[in-house]
Design a protein around this ligand. Sequence first.
Ligand code: ATP
Ligand code: MG
Length: 275
Amino acid sequence: MTISLAVANQKGGVGKTTSAVNIAALLAERGHSVLLFDLDPQCNATSGLGISTSSQGDSGGETTESAGDIFDLFVGNLSLDSLIVPTNVENLWLVPSSKDLVSLEAEIGKLAGRELILKTQSKLLKRDFEFVIFDCPPSSGLLTLNALGAANRVLIPLQAEYYALEGLSGLIATIDFVKNTYNPEIEIFGVFMTMFDGRTNLANQVRREAENFFGAAMLKTAVPRSVKLSEAPSHGLPISAYDPTGVGSAAYRGIVEEILNKLSGQSALPMAANG
Ligand code: ATP
Ligand code: MG
């Protein structure tokens, strides 16, 4: 069975994309086949992997040979298989995003079953991936609802700041709603601190509060603030390629290790499942 992880937090700028790209790349580095979905009209995951599509606009980088982008999937023009492009990272493929996604709500916002498009299309996928990762936009709109419908687990990056947990109540309510309506499988699987500075009281306090609140879902690894992590996307590279021996790589390796350990504890690892 494919493990599908939605990286979500309604709050902007907490490290969703950085985490989605780097976790995806490190899983791929370990030999797992990974498909990353960029579900954000900002296209940060797409450009961060050095890929540009015509509908994504200006930025340089390699133009993909994909037939289109994720917008075409949602409006029913193209199949998921035709949208998948390879990246510079072996074993890592991408479904690129598009600026057109900003108008998605207007386009299909009244359609019955609109939250289930991604799930339905994913089931039609002919290619097989061990991991599917969804990089969600900072909202609880249609794109996040689709990711939560198609995923079976949620990863929540958390930035240490006042109201970090209060801000999560909306996300948790959204996950509960999805679980109770159209995706009973969905669970909060991993919560981790990003841009973490262990020298400050605030950071440690938020971490303790998150541990109390999320219990076993809280990961031990915290991602520190690292300039290299913020530079890597402008080179179109994940941190494992841009700065393989730095603290950012080490942190995301730790997160991936914890994810894999948790999955093998749940007997859910694709490798284990396949013998
Ligand atoms: P959005 O909600 O807009 O999609 P996001 O939650 O995806 O944002 P990112 O884009 O991953 O967040 O990160 C926000 C900014 O912080 C980016 O400029 C990114 O490079 C930077 N950043 C993320 N993680 C770190 C880190 N550990 N150290 C330093 N900078 C970081
Ligand atoms: Mg993002």
